[in-house]
Design a protein around this ligand. Structure first.
Ligand code: UDP
Ligand code: MG
Length: 319
């Protein structure tokens, strides 16, 4: 099979039939063998009835129905598990992403050797308010910097294409769908590209991602991804390092405080109590914090040593 199209959806009943129609038109025109996997993420409208209806008349249509709403990432995760095509394409169900991009995306993966191609919504001005586009710009700039994937403008575009290997070797969880290129890079898939795609305003229904908390959550997710990538397997290297530095600084400070007191005593010059020096408290704090960080690193190491993931590496080939 050439292509699996994975469509996560939550309350998109008005769009499903039209989207399927459009995908089918493009696939037939280009003679692709394909499947469409609709993942119904706990919709409360008639989305599932639509999917069932389609699957009865079209054998290439598959559906997965969650019992409740889990989020876009879990929906993608299940779609990825089921996908069988050589190239896996994800797109939103709301008709904002155009299936007309599929042939070009497929070509980039198959012929140009990309592991992952992300869509870049260039003409997103229509429909999106500034309160959405400005934070998005900032968000993408930070993600580019942290992830080291400098050639992507738009990490969070729903339209993406993957070599099948990629989706079978990454684990999209929580709200990590915003960082799939970063996940792929961490798993060792480094040829990541971008394609400017046509993007239109939502036709039916409302956006499922509103408000500012998504940016806060996005940043927190980015920090934990970065941390797992950098120190996930060796937490002692960061905690132990900072802890040791702090402890040494504190130790030096306390030695200075003590020494100056002894010198004063020896010279019979007037001397204050050790506890009256601010350095005493600074050193006390840094030494305690340093010890705590060190212990945190040690505990982190113990945990990662016992984790079932500790020896999970990505092996590409064996002969
Ligand atoms: N979606 C989902 N589960 C959710 C929220 C959204 O499967 O909990 C789907 C949604 O139905 C759509 C896609 O994710 O197909 C992108 O959502 P939306 O279009 O609302 O996001 P926006 O384009 O506004 O960023
Ligand atoms: Mg949308």
């Amino acid at each position: 099979m050439d292509i699996s199209v994975v469509v996560p959806l939550y309350n998109e009943e008005e769009s499903i039939a039209e989207l399927h129609e459009w995908i089918k038109r493009v696939m037939d025109l280009n003679h692709f063998t394909y499947e469409v996997i609709f993942v119904n993420d706990g919709s409360t409208d008639h989305s599932w009835d639509e999917i069932e209806r389609l699957s009865q008349t079209h054998p290439e249509v598959h559906g997965i129905k969650f019992r409740r709403n889990y989020g876009k990432s879990p929906a993608l995760y299940h779609g990825f598990e089921k996908a069988q095509g050589d190239v896996v394409i994800t797109m939103d169900a709301d008709l904002q992403d155009s299936p007309d991009e599929i042939p070009e995306l497929y070509k980039m993966i198959k012929e140009e050797g990309y592991d992952l191609v992300s869509g870049y919504k260039m003409n997103r001005r229509q429909g999106d308010p500034l309160s959405k586009t400005i934070p998005t710009k900032l968000f993408n700039a930070t993600t580019r910097m942290v992830s080291g994937i400098h050639n992507l403008h738009d990490f969070n575009c729903g339209l993406k294409a993957y070599r099948r290997d990629v989706v079978k070797h990454i684990e999209v969880y929580g709200e990590m769908h915003r960082f799939i290129p970063y996940l792929a890079k961490n798993a060792g898939f480094s040829k990541i590209g971008e394609k400017p795609v046509h993007h239109q305003a939502r036709q039916h229904g409302v956006s499922k991602f509103m408000g500012w908390n998504r940016f806060v959550n996005g940043y927190l997710d980015l920090i934990s991804l970065w941390f797992i990538d950098s120190f996930g397997m060796k937490p002692m290297h960061i905690f132990g390092f900072i802890g040791t530095l702090m402890f040494i600084a504190g130790f030096i400070a306390i030695v200075c405080v003590g020494a100056s007191k002894l010198i004063d005593l020896h010279n019979n010059t007037p001397h204050a109590l050790v506890t009256e020096s601010p350095y005493f408290y600074i050193s006390l704090t840094t030494m305690i914090l340093g010890t705590q960080l060190f212990v945190a690193g040690f505990l982190g190491d113990l945990i990662s040593r016992n984790s079932p993931e500790r020896n999970k590496y990505q092996v590409e080939k064996e002969v």
